[in-house]
Design a protein around this ligand. Structure first.
Ligand SMILES: [Zn+2]
Length: 247
């Protein structure tokens, strides 16, 4: 990072970071998926987000690999940090539009598939079920606190990233993936109602491509178990089949 950015006060250090991000592009649609079902989305038991035209709906043409690759002369830790910062902020903004729907009544568990409900590990190391809005609030607060902590996400000149940084960002990635997974599973109708599905698909595809490129995604987190598959795991497979994501 330049010393100019680092000479700014702590409260100012986040804004320059976003200028170096790999922004989710905004100019086209995913190529049509030749294997996509032509039936109306309501005709099958498939979730809407796996159905045409929604599965192709995005603002990006082609493969995401080019926008996630490490730019020349950019430190890899810094590149990961700025992108995590960006994914977090964008996801937070989307979720902010859904909070009136994601309530304790509508979402009593952190669901992400027909048989999948994530548990939170509490202070006693016990797995507990939480309503989705509570779970997501915990995740977002936890991530925000880390982004604000200079010992975790250093912003000052000459300050190294801690050795634990790679494992920290993997933890963050896992939890942000769960938030994406809940939104797709439980709130896709509202995303469609807001006509935000191209943006949301692009954000998620960007998140997955970045996670793949820098090995931040665990396969088991993407697929879940056979008895409790992750809903968006199927979306990920479809996008790989369409050539939007590699791996
Ligand atoms: Zn919800």
């Amino acid at each position: 990072m330049s010393t100019f950015f680092n000479s700014l006060g702590r409260s100012m250090t986040r804004a320059p970071r976003s200028t170096k991000r790999s922004p989710t592009p905004t100019s086209a649609t995913f190529p049509a998926d030749p294997s996509a079902p032509k039936a109306a989305p309501s005709a099958g038991p498939k979730p809407l987000y796996l159905c045409s035209p929604f599965v192709e709906s995005a603002l990006v043409k082609g493969n995401f690999k080019t926008i996630v690759m490490l730019p020349k002369y950019c430190d890899i830790m810094e590149w990961v940090a700025v992108n995590i910062f960006d994914f977090y902020n964008n996801l937070n903004e989307f979720y902010g539009c859904l909070t009136e729907f994601c309530t304790q009544q509508n979402c009593p568990t952190m669901s992400a598939g027909a048989t999948l409900n994530y548990t939170w590990i509490n202070q006693d190391r016990k797995h507990v079920h939480l309503p989705a809005p509570t779970y997501i609030d915990y995740v977002m607060t936890w991530v925000q606190n880390m982004l604000d902590d200079d010992n975790v996400f250093p912003t000052k000149s000459g300050q190294d990233f801690p050795p634990s940084f790679p494992s920290t960002v993997k933890h963050i990635y896992r939890q942000l993936l769960r938030v994406f997974a809940h939104i797709y599973h439980a709130h896709y109708a509202q995303i469609l109602h807001l006509r935000s599905e191209p943006h949301f698909n692009s954000l998620f595809a960007h998140f997955l491509a970045f996670g793949g490129e820098f090995e931040l995604l665990e396969m088991k987190d993407m697929h879940g178990s056979s008895s409790a598959p992750v809903g968006v795991g199927a979306l990920w497979e479809r996008w790989k089949g369409m050539g939007i994501l590699t791996q």
